[in-house]
Design a binder for this molecule. Structure first.
Ligand code: 0O2
Length: 194
């Protein structure tokens, strides 16, 4: 496997942690579906960060390219992205993960209440289990769509020249999507209240 080099002997344990986390999320979805009649998760992705991305991140952060750096100085070697339909579901999943006995919350960043200046919205958690870190990104479908497009555009070099306009338009799209999320949440609350 490509990632084996830099993660060395840690890789099997990292894969086990991913499997356990997937099972935890599946059980959580089933529990909430039975309790509330709705699955709060649209989709869930997981990955071990590729060797190339990790080495690039080490160089960017001035860290040696070692297993110790990528597992214990950098906290997103194991990553989960949980995409929900509604903003309230994002916070509900956040609460369940924070309450889990097997997971310790190390850090949280609420880019939903405090969006990044470019418009990026997502709820980030750094969790720890058996000494390994897991980065969890929780967001709505709208937030996920925007992040995917913005990520795609960032790597398109030919956009230079129009950059100011593109940055402004991306921000406008992010804000419009956030406003749609609020409307969708209101509609859902109205439907559930009756
Ligand atoms: P990748 O390839 O997606 O994993 P860090 O650099 O992680 O030590 P930072 O920047 O404080 O520290 O972390 P933060 O803000 O929690 O963001 C981490 C991840 O969130 C990023 O990982 C992206 O996946 C995502 N993210 C953050 N800001 C943006 C943004 O403006 N646009 C998009 N599309 N995604 C964003 P990586 O490692 O940068 O990249």
């Amino acid at each position: 496997m490509e990632a084996e080099g830099i993660y060395g002997e840690h890789l099997p344990e990292m894969e086990k942690i991913i499997d356990e986390m997937k099972t935890r999320i599946d059980l959580l979805r089933e529990h909430i579906r039975q309790k509330r009649g709705m699955d709060p998760v649209e989709h869930c992705l997981s990955r071990i960060k590729s060797e190339d991305s990790m080495r690039e991140k080490c160089r960017r952060k001035g860290l040696p390219e070692t297993a110790d750096s990528v597992l214990f100085q950098i906290h997103d070697a194991i990553g989960f992205r949980i995409v929900c339909a509604f903003v309230s579901d994002v916070y509900m999943i956040r609460d369940y993960l924070a309450d889990s006995d097997e997971l310790e919350v190390i850090e949280e960043k609420d880019y939903i209440r405090n969006a990044k200046p470019n418009g990026y919205r997502s709820y980030h958690m750094i969790l720890q289990t058996r000494g390994y870190y897991i980065e969890v990104q929780l967001r709505t479908i709208s937030m996920d769509t925007w992040a995917a497009l913005e990520h795609h555009l960032k790597y398109k070099k030919q956009i230079s020249g129009n950059e100011d306009l593109i940055v402004k338009e991306l921000k406008r799209c992010a804000d419009e999507l956030a406003s749609t999320d609020v409307s969708m949440q209101t509609l859902r609350d109205m439907i559930l209240d009756h």
